[in-house]
Ligand binder design. Structure first.
Ligand SMILES: C[S@@+](CC[C@H](N)C(=O)[O-])C[C@H]1O[C@@H](n2cnc3c(N)ncnc32)[C@H](O)[C@@H]1O
Length: 214
C-alpha cells in the first residue's frame, strides 16, 4: 500500500529506510540494544499502521489520542487518516528531540494542522485534558500502559476504540502486557480482542451497559 498524497509517501519512504537501518543495528547489538532504545524509531510497523489507518477511516473518530509519538512513524498514519475523516490527533511524548523530529516530518508531509504535539509525561498530560477521546493508540513504555488506561478510561467516548501495541512481542514486555489485559478485562464497559497483527494489538471498544446503540 502507498499513501495517496505523494508528500506523505515521500516522508514514509524515509521512515522505511530508517526502520531497516535500525533493524540491522539492533541485530548487531542484540540485548545491549535496550540501553540505546531511544535512538530507534521503535515503530508500530507497516501492517499495524495500515490497520489503524483503515480503522480510523471506517469509524470516523473526531479526537484521536496517541501515547508515545517517538519519531512520528505511527503519527504519520494517524494524521493522514485524520485528514481523510476531518479528525484531530493529540500525540504525547516525553523526549523533546523525538518530538521535534516527528513535528518536522509531519510538517513536511503537509499534515501539521492535523496534529497537536504535547511534550511531557503522558499520564499527567492525559489527566490535564478535559476532552473526550474517540480513538486511542497506546504505544508508550510498557509499564505505563495500566496508568495510562486508568487516566484516559474515564474520558473515552461511547464506542471509542483503544488499540494497544506490543501485546505479543517483545517477550520481555509480556508481564506488563498481562497486567494491561487484566486491567482491561476488569473494566466492564470495555470489550476486547487480541489481534496477531505486527507485534500484537489488543483492540478494545467501549460499550457501556444501557448504551442506546446496544
Ligand atoms: C514504542 S515508542 C513509540 C513508537 C511510535 N508509536 C511509533 O510507532 O512510531 C514509545 C515512546 O514512548 C515514549 N515515552 C516513554 N515514557 C513516556 C511518558 N511517561 N510520557 C510520554 N512519552 C513517553 C518514549 O520516549 C518512546 O518514544
Amino acid at each position: 500500500m502507498i499513501f495517496a498524497d505523494p508528500a506523505v509517501q515521500a516522508v514514509f519512504t524515509r521512515y522505511l529506510a530508517r526502520e531497516a537501518a535500525d533493524a540491522a543495528r539492533m541485530r548487531e547489538l542484540g540485548p545491549a540494544g535496550f540501553a540505546v532504545r531511544d535512538e530507534f524509531l521503535l515503530p508500530v510497523g507497516e501492517a499495524v499502521g495500515w490497520f489503524l489507518h483503515a480503522l480510523i477511516t471506517a469509524r470516523r473518530p473526531r479526537r484521536i489520542l496517541e501515547l508515545g509519538t517517538s519519531y512520528g512513524y505511527s503519527t504519520l498514519f494517524l494524521a493522514d487518516a485524520a485528514r481523510i475523516v476531518g479528525a484531530q490527533v493529540v500525540t504525547m511524548e516525553l523526549a523533546e528531540y523525538k518530538q521535534a523530529h516527528a513535528s518536522a516530518q509531519l510538517a513536511e508531509a503537509g499534515l501539521a494542522d492535523r496534529v497537536d504535539f504535547r511534550l511531557g509525561d503522558a499520564v499527567a498530560m492525559i489527566a490535564a485534558d478535559p476532552g473526550e477521546w474517540d480513538f486511542v493508540l497506546l504505544d508508550i513504555w510498557k509499564e505505563l500502559y495500566v496508568p495510562c488506561l486508568d487516566a484516559f478510561h474515564p474520558r473515552l467516548a461511547e464506542e471509542a476504540i483503544v488499540c494497544a501495541d506490543n501485546v505479543i512481542e517483545p517477550a520481555m514486555s509480556r508481564p506488563d502486557m498481562r497486567a494491561y489485559r487484566a486491567a482491561v478485562a476488569g473494566k466492564p464497559d470495555l470489550q476486547s480482542a487480541l489481534l496477531p497483527i505486527g507485534s500484537g494489538i489488543e483492540i478494545s471498544v467501549k460499550w457501556s451497559a444501557g448504551s442506546s446503540r446496544l
